[in-house]
Ligand binder design. Structure first.
Ligand code: TYD
Ligand code: MG
Length: 458
């Protein structure tokens, strides 16, 4: 019997489903995010059984005190950077979404884990590459795990059947956009399919207590709806990002039910796979022999970890009428705000200058503590006076030009001290009650951008 075609409308932002078209999503309020999809039920669909058959027993409610507290046994990976973002390893039965732009290295990262994680059985399901292609890549990286099984399949029922025979300790799905559930009629990659297949994979993880990694593609502007919709279904969302022209890749925790959600791991893409960068500061600080103007080092914090990052600025007289402002790795609106503060509160005439700002290494920084380094770099380039390379900065800048305190200043100072910096500029509000006795580094409290300029350039 032919299925009767029916359309529903989805919001590509939040996945809200509606029987009629909408301009503004009634659930999340986003505009122009409506997408029509056909949801004709598949030939295998039955009213009472909308999804793959698990043969599960009926569930029973249990009093909370009777539930045994077994300490969660995490699967610890051979990568400290990966363990860090997962909050100390993989929780059994969890579903982890790894999102990122195509070509950033998602398949490489998970394949690498699959073939290097000794004594764990892994089922790597790929709907994107053939077994030979995967083998070629694996050979390049180096295979250390004989119990890694490669399956090229996109049908979720077939995947479940293979899963039951292989009985892996971890399953990887590359990618969620290629999966097709026989119980839904839309094509692979459609919202209906992505929601259904992700929910099915999540159920496999929960039913068999086996962690499942799902790879999800997102485009530069984040328009492909998949991963956004998926965020609600999975336990953990990781994002793999970086500038393709640089080797560095950042793995960020976006959501984590089992650990902190602002962690970050750093990798470097090499010819033989991804290498962990356990000491990012040494790499993110560019090596230079002579001191150049326009460079200032910020003591930033990403998740639990302190990192020293170089900010580079170039200030020059505008060649054309309207001065240009450009920022890489830093919010351009924040740069404009900081320039306005310098103009209004410290009397620097920058409105007729071109200002370029760059965060070294092609990484993006959200930590507000980078503000003072940005200001210092701009002032240094403007005056063409280099800042000594053993100086570092950690403070936020407010609209009235005041230098504001930032969180966990001790961690930042300790990292700068460890790396041999000799002077760190911080807010005077952070300086109160700070114990600087055991430090080699000199801590300089600053109250305003004006004070900073005087402190640096007299
Ligand atoms: P890939 O993992 O296929 O990206 P994704 O799954 O996110 O689409 O990685 C693609 C890029 O990584 C590709 O341009 C080649 C590069 N690469 C290396 O530089 N070294 C390697 O060892 C591997 C396996 C890939
Ligand atoms: Mg891939």
């Amino acid at each position: 019997m032919a299925a009767i075609g029916k359309s529903v409308f989805f919001c590509t932002e939040c996945g809200n489903e509606s029987p009629k078209w909408f301009g503004k999503c009634p659930a999340c309020g986003a505009w122009n995010t409506c997408r029509e999809e056909s949801v004709a039920t598949g030939k295998m669909a039955k009213a009472a059984k909308p999804s793959i058959d698990f043969g599960m027993e009926k569930t029973v409610p249990v009093p909370i005190c009777d539930i045994s507290n077994v300490k969660e046994q995490r699967i610890v990976l051979p990568y400290t950077e990966m363990n860090r973002v997962l909050g100390g390893g993989i929780v059994p039965g969890s579903s982890i979404l790894l999102g990122g732009e195509p070509g950033i290295g998602k398949s490489t990262l998970l394949l690498q884990i699959a073939i290097q994680l000794n004594d764990k059985k892994i089922l790597y399901v790929s709907g994107e590459e053939s077994q030979t292609q995967i083998k070629m890549r694996a050979d390049r990286i180096g295979i250390h795990n004989e119990h890694c099984f490669i399956l090229t399949e996109t049908d979720t029922q077939a995947i479940l059947n293979h899963f039951k025979t292989v009985k892996p300790d971890i399953m990887v799905i590359d990618s969620i956009q290629t999966l097709e559930s026989p119980y839904v009629d839309s094509s692979a990659g459609s919202l209906t399919q992505i929601r259904e297949t992700a929910a099915e994979m999540n159920r496999i993880a929960k039913t068999y207590n086996v962690p499942v990694f799902l790879i999800g593609h997102i485009t530069k502007d984040g328009t492909i709806a998949g991963p956004k919709v998926l965020e609600h279904i999975v336990d953990t969302v990781l994002q793999f990002e970086g500038d393709r022209h640089y080797g560095f890749r950042i793995l960020r925790t976006i959501k984590n039910r089992f650990g902190p959600s602002s962690e970050l791991g750093i990798f470097e893409m090499n010819a033989d796979g991804l290498r962990e960068v356990t000491n990012p500061s040494e790499i993110l600080l560019s090596q230079r022999d002579e001191e150049v103007s326009g460079i200032a080092i910020a003591a930033t914090l990403e998740g639990q970890r302190a990192m020293l990052i170089e900010t580079q600025s170039l200030v020059s007289t505008a060649a054309y009428g309207t001065p240009q402002r450009s920022a890489t790795g830093f919010d351009i609106r924040r740069l404009n705000m900081l320039l306005a503060v310098l103009e209004k509160r410290a009397g620097f005439r920058l409105s007729s200058k071109d200002v370029f700002l760059n965060i070294a290494g092609g990484i993006r920084v959200d930590d507000p503590a980078i503000d003072m380094a940005v200001i210092a770099a701009v002032l240094s380039s403007n005056a063409d006076i280099p800042i000594p390379s053993h100086y570092t900065f950690a403070a936020e800048v407010g609209l009235s030009g005041e230098i504001r305190a930032v969180n966990r200043i001790e961690t930042r100072i300790a990292e700068a001290d460890k790396l041999g910096f000799e002077k760190i500029f911080i807010s005077k509000y952070n300086h109160k009650g700070l114990n600087t006795k055991n430090l080699r580094i000199k801590v300089v409290p600053v109250a305003s951008v004006y004070d900073l300029a005087t402190e640096l350039f007299g």
